[in-house]
Design a protein around this ligand. Sequence first.
Ligand code: NAD
Ligand code: MLT
Length: 316
Amino acid sequence: MWKVLVTESIHEEGLAILREARDVQLVQKVGLSREDLFAQLQDTDALLTRSGTGIDVPLLEAAPVLKVVGRAGVGVDNVDLPEASRRGVVVINAPTGNTLSAAEQTLALMLGLIRRTPQANASMRRGEWDRKRFMGHQLNGKRLLVLGLGRIGTQVALRCRAFGMDVSAYDPYVSPGKAENLKVQLLPDLADALAMADVITLHVPLTEETRGMLDDRLVRTIKRGAYLINCARGGLVDEEACALALREGRLAGAAFDVYSMEPPGLEHPLLAEDLQDHIVLTPHLGANTYEAQSAVARIAATNLLAALRGEPYEHA
Ligand code: NAD
Ligand code: MLT
């Protein structure tokens, strides 16, 4: 019997797959202290998490028989991948389960941002009726820059084309043929691409290469009056630089679903009171739909079982 430890809320569909497996003893313990987690890990063969459990060196050291780490989601930036592979621990994820939900959340943020929907809602709840204050923009005809034309970036590009946007992308790893099929212009230089776009949306993973990808220098190359959306990962954008760009009017607005520290805490630069007219923030909700959560739980549980049993599984 393999002991599979689940440390975060995973949709019942995924848990049922593990519960029904004859070779699995399922242990679900949400909200464990680090000490209790380490005690549980002593005899754990596979660990299934979302993004809230950091799989670092001390954790891997506390898990002598661990064989598989499963992520019910896409990003595996919460896992120390080199250390896991050094120890022969297989890392699996659910690469396709939340693609559409993350793309739709990006569109929700984009529309809410340029039409100032959260601010208008808050104003009405104060008893106001201020139509003049809430002037926005159309997406139609605006130039969109997608950073990372992978699964989510592609779905965002398709939806934005349907809105009449002129879509370009920066992604050195996709083929020109893919971009051509999508009718997306592939741009080779990030700074030039940022200088041309009206709306910029990030869809790259957080890796050693992309950490701090939009640093202060590059944020300064963004076209004046553009909008920036980060529904990918905290740590990709310098949040202080972004707050400064909003304050100085270089950015017209920004929407963030993800933060370099989660939860970010009230001292976070993007939560400053003077920025709130130009900002939309959500607490990492990109994959929070019933559809995505059931899909990622099912895919992650299936991949985790396959990896434990030495069978083929879906790769990111
Ligand atoms: P993906 O692997 O399909 O696509 C990522 C793309 O980024 C690839 O095309 C890759 O070539 C490109 N890329 C990598 N390095 C790059 C670089 N330096 N510059 C430009 N492009 C680069 O992944 P995906 O499924 O589209 O997901 C992307 C990320 O979105 C995930 O890694 C995750 O962190 C994030 N995500 C967030 C939520 C949320 O809840 N907000 C939900 C799902 C995914
Ligand atoms: C992911 O990487 O899949 C997302 O951040 C969503 C999540 O972990 O819930």
